[in-house]
Ligand binder design. Structure first.
Ligand code: NAP
Ligand code: ZN
Length: 346
């Protein structure tokens, strides 16, 4: 299937227009015209090899929404004309304990990432969502409610689920004190979810620039860290703090804010190791955890939750030719709060 997209041919290079082919429709595949593709900071990390060697040529993009244009003979889940979404992975082994439990993001064999990975045949490269069309096995796509704007839904496929999953897993609810570190793509959706779940929510930010936005988005408290950790101490202690920071960050001030049995969950991935003072964990039986995206069933659950609570991402829609400036502005923490590429411009 002929496809137009944008590609990084080598590490750290600017993305350029690219024509390539996707596989023809198999019996369990659906084809979609992509409407919008979100720009995740993970795209930037992988183009720049912040996490180690990447696979090139790379067509990034794992926040995909579009309209189904064709379905294979055996497809049961979707019909032509429906709105669907695809997230950070497009296949997995389907048999390990994690896959059987609907936790395909933790597939024991390793799932197939939407890009920067090879298909399960071990040879073809996966090309992501910065493109006009996509083909995916029906088991790895979800339904999108008609009531939600497609551009606002795209970032839910990675940024949204990456915050929804730990908030649900660690039981954020009314009566919980939750902290979200970093008000970017992930963080602003974490704030919306934490509020919808009823938690008293603090945004921790590394400057005062986003205070008004945080309050508009529903934050109960906004604290510039680490300068004003004393303010956070007076609000806390916290049950759950989720760090979405894309850069190196000192974890000590956040561990110190956790109550007995409180949990600091890291989802931000700078690619650099963190130093931990074990005394901070031991003294209050605190936990330090990580969390990766969410499984397909949870992705659908989140989509339904978003339809019920009218939650979408705040987005700035850009053209394919704006990807370079979108990357630069994301790195500079100047994004409100997700760049989304209009796929008709590929
Ligand atoms: P983003 O939109 O760029 O947001 C990151 C935020 O981190 C910024 O808005 C900023 O918030 C804060 N920040 C940036 N530089 C900082 C610095 N030097 N010191 C302190 N804070 C800083 O990025 P994103 O797309 O939300 O992604 C965030 C991270 O999560 C990335 O590392 C990404 O790779 C990772 N990620 C992980 C998963 C997963 O499954 N675990 C999934 C998706 C993304 P303030 O301005 O408010 O401080
Ligand atoms: Zn992502």
């Amino acid at each position: 299937m002929k496809t137009r997209g944008y590609v990084a041919l080598r590490a750290k290079e600017d993305l350029i227009p690219y024509e390539f082919s996707r596989r023809e429709l198999g019996p369990r595949d659906v084809a979609l015209d992509i409407s919008f593709a979100g720009v995740c900071h993970s795209d930037i990390h992988q183009v720049n090899e912040d996490w180690g060697p990447s696979l090139f040529p790379m067509v990034p993009g794992h926040e995909i929404v579009g309209i189904v244009t064709a379905v294979g003979d055996a497809v049961k889940k979707f019909k032509v004309g429906e709105r669907i979404g695809v997230g950070t992975f497009v296949d997995s082994c389907r048999t390990c304990d994690a896959c059987a439990a609907g936790l395909e993001q933790y597939c024991e064999e390793g799932n197939t990432q939407t890009y920067n990975d090879k298909e399960r045949d071990g040879t073809s490269i996966c090309f992501g969502g910065y493109s006009n069309v996509f083909v995916v096995d029906e088991n790895y796509a979800v339904q999108v409610a008609d009531s939600l704007s497609l551009e606002g839904v795209a970032p839910l496929m990675c940024a949204g689920i990456t915050l929804y999953s730990p908030l649900k897993h660690w039981g954020a609810t009314s009566g919980s004190k939750v902290g979200i570190v970093g008000l970017g793509g992930l963080g602003h959706l974490g704030l919306k979810f934490a509020k919808a779940l009823g938690a008293e929510t603090t945004v921790f930010s590394h400057s005062d620039n986003k205070r008004d936005d945080a309050m508009r988005l529903g934050a109960d408290h906004f604290v510039v860290m680490p300068e004003h950790a004393d303010v956070a101490t007076s609000v806390g202690p916290y049950d759950l703090i989720i760090s979405t920071v894309s850069a190196d960050v000192d974890l000590a001030p956040y561990l110190e804010l956790l109550k007995l049995d409180g949990n600091l969950v890291l989802v931000g991935l700078s690619g650099k190791p963190n130093a931990i003072d074990t005394f901070q964990l031991v003294g209050q039986r605190r936990t330090l955890s990580g969390s990766c995206a969410g499984g397909v069933a949870e992705l659908q659950e989140m989509m339904d939750f978003c339809a019920e609570h009218d939650i979408t991402s705040d987005v700035e829609v850009v053209s394919a030719s704006d990807i370079k400036s979108a990357y630069e502005r994301t790195i500079a923490s100047d994004v409100k709060y997700r760049f989304v590429i209009d796929a008709s411009t590929f």
